[in-house]
Design a protein around this ligand. Structure first.
Ligand code: FAD
Length: 287
């Protein structure tokens, strides 16, 4: 199989898109991200978001990347994770973003780092959302995380749904999901949210398939299921990365088509700072 050539026709405008980056560590990484951004900008995204290392480890790099995106004229949404941070640290960050005219945040707890960790002032993302609203009123549009296949630490599915409700009651405007490959898990989750009176948009997070080892590692950490049929098909490609990625593009395009056809409000892509595979997927959707 040969990966489809990207032939951009009219950028699709039937649905909203957003793209997530991580803040690069090197100048080469920053250059590569600029190139990625210019390719993805053709799709008129609603915003670009930039991740934040738990405990503030990428604080400056996240800020620099976000400001660069904003100066290019795009809406930039920094992620903020609160685990092992103090209220004073988060307050400073909010003030800095507010002063720079940033209007959207992705508010998270963050993964609990292994080893010695300072406790911090926040236990859960709902407390962060509450704090952001108390400190900055309605300045920010706040996105939070949601888990159609449930967060790995959740005591029960119902408890995890209640957690999303707490984040919404605290002031979240919309949610982005952890990635998944079972569309049914998303639809069932949205139905359950609806039954609980959670009416904010719940945007599917889409993870393109680049590499089976990397995907299996991410999935074991975040609890996203790789269905057996998909895992077996991917393993069958062995080292043939071209065919694996072409197959991945087909699978993820179909997933996106199904999600949009059945009412997903928009799509949020986990880009891993790469544009090619995602462009192919979106190109398929615009046909
Ligand atoms: P929370 O909503 O606080 O939930 C964490 C766990 O605690 C859940 O199991 C929940 O059910 C449980 N819980 C919550 N409240 C209570 C309560 N009162 N009592 C008992 N249990 C409770 N991580 C980063 O470090 N940086 C990033 O930039 C980043 N970006 C992300 C973007 C998206 C779209 C997503 C989906 C995840 C992202 N993550 C990021 C990962 C995220 O930080 C982890 O999944 C983390 O483990 C949980 O974060 P949360 O905001 O969902 O936490």
């Amino acid at each position: 199989m040969i990966e489809k050539e990207i032939q951009m026709k009219t950028p699709p405008n039937k649905f909203e898109l957003s793209f997530e980056f991580f803040p690069p560590k090197t100048t080469e990484g920053m250059d590569k991200l600029r190139e990625t951004r210019s390719q993805l900008a053709k799709f008129n995204p609603e915003f670009f978001s930039v991740t934040f290392g738990a405990g503030g480890s990428t604080r400056d790099r996240t800020m620099d990347t976000v400001l660069e995106i904003q100066h290019e004229g795009f809406q930039a949404a920094p992620h903020i994770s609160c685990i092992s941070s103090s209220k004073a640290e988060i307050r400073d960050l909010l003030l800095a973003y507010q002063a720079q005219g940033i209007k959207r945040l992705v508010a998270l707890r963050g993964d609990i780092p292994s080893g010695e960790v300072s406790a911090g002032d926040f236990r859960y993302a709902s407390e962060l959302v509450q704090f952001i609203r108390a400190e900055t009123g309605n300045h920010f549009h706040i996105e939070v995380a949601a888990y159609p296949e449930f967060h790995p630490e959740a005591r029960t599915p119902a408890a995890d749904l209640q957690n999303l409700k707490r984040k919404v009651d605290a002031g979240a405007n919309s949610a982005i999901t952890q990635y998944f490959y079972n569309a049914d898990a998303y639809f069932r989750f949205v139905e359950q949210c609806d039954a609980l009176g959670i009416t904010i948009p719940i945007v599917p997070g889409i993870m393109p398939i680049y590499n089976i080892t990397q995907l299996a590692r991410f999935s074991s950490i975040c609890g996203a299921e790789i269905p057996r049929w998909l895992k077996m098909r991917l393993e069958e490609y062995g080292d043939d990365m071209t065919s694996l990625r072409a197959f991945g593009v087909d699978v993820v395009s179909e997933l996106c088509d199904t999600l949009l056809a059945w009412g997903a409000p928009s799509l949020h892509f986990y880009t891993l700072n790469q544009a090619g595979t995602i462009s192919n997927i979106i190109h398929n959707l615009s046909e």
